[in-house]
Design a protein around this ligand. Structure first.
Ligand code: GRG
Length: 287
């Protein structure tokens, strides 16, 4: 994971040099290069390798996905959305650069993501690049991440069902993780069956990612506060532990790991080992 993350970090640094307008590029670099686990690009590169592709051919799309992830975090933190002051332990983009710049930095990262993948994927056929662009744009728009975000915003303060919670997370979180894996497999030359198996794997670990996030919110804050209920149990935000109980949420996470592993059983076990381990990493991570 760290060798893949290092390659992505280097490529991201080179993709956005500090240039005019300086404030805009500083703001883009601040959020893009300021930490982050790089889970999505790592999954993208691992999926490319699993289907026999060369990791180098998936670096541009892996970077594009991290640019889009970063822009979604910048916009999500804005006062009109989650109104967060801190991200990854540092002041949020709008706290440092102001709201106008933060919005524009997010917009510019979104545009750059598509320019980057289209202009830097020189070693793969235009057909693959086109498929990846369709996959990514449909995964993040009004049928994907943005859909999840609007439904999340509109359900604020309301009681929602488990199905509604799943809709929010499948769209807000899983869609981009799924796109990362599917795009990696397409760039690597995966056939239709391989791509669809990996899509299902991506869907499971995307939801798993969010269920674990919800569990960590409860367990981390209860550890920190020495209380039995964490902050999200107390807030009016719907979470898996709140709707199904902490123990059932943990069981659900284990079921999702099992389902993800099932999809991987189609592939050679040795080649699929990194994606097996990544599912475990997502399930048992502590941050
Ligand atoms: C994508 C076009 C477009 C618009 C964005 C604001 C918005 C619309 C969507 C919000 C999406 C959002 C913030 C979802 C949460 C995803 C999530 C689980 C983030 C945390 O991911 P990690 O843990 O973060 O991978 P790091 O810090 O490691 O990168």
């Amino acid at each position: 994971m760290s060798s893949k993350a290092n390659k992505v970090n280097k490529a991201l640094d080179e993709a956005i040099p500090l240039q005019n307008p300086i404030k805009l590029h500083e703001s883009m670099r601040y959020s893009l290069l300021g930490g982050g686990k790089r889970v999505r690009p790592i999954l993208c590169l691992a999926a490319c390798e699993l289907v026999g592709g060369d990791e180098a051919n998936a670096i541009p799309i892996a970077c594009a996905i991290e640019m889009i992830h970063t822009m979604s975090l910048i916009h999500d933190d804005l006062p009109c959305m989650d109104n967060d002051d801190l991200r990854r332990g540092q002041p949020t983009n709008h706290k440092v650069f102001g709201e106008e710049t933060a919005i524009l930095a997010g917009d510019a990262l979104l545009a750059l993501a598509f320019e980057h993948v289209a202009s830097k994927s020189t070693n793969v056929s235009p057909d693959r690049v086109l498929r990846v662009i369709v996959e990514l744009s449909s995964g993040i728009g009004s049928k994907g991440v943005v859909a999840g975000q609007i439904v999340d915003i509109c359900s604020e303060g309301k009681e929602i069902s488990l199905d509604e919670l799943e809709y929010i997370h499948v769209h807000k979180t899983s869609k981009l993780l799924e796109a990362a894996i599917v795009c990696g497999a397409i760039m690597g030359g995966g056939d239709e069956i391989e791509v669809e198996k990996l899509r299902k794997y991506g869907r499971c670990i995307g939801l798993l990612f969010q269920v674990v996030d919800d569990i960590l919110d409860v367990t981390k804050s209860s550890n920190e506060l020495g209380k039995t209920a964490g902050k999200d149990m107390a807030s009016n935000k719907a979470t898996y532990p709140k709707l199904m109980g902490l123990e059932r949420a943990k069981e659900f996470a284990i079921e999702l790991v099992g389902k993800a592993m099932e999809e991987l059983s189609y592939f050679d076990a040795l080649r699929a080992a990194p994606l097996f381990r990544l599912a475990e990493y997502i399930a048992y991570r502590q941050n």
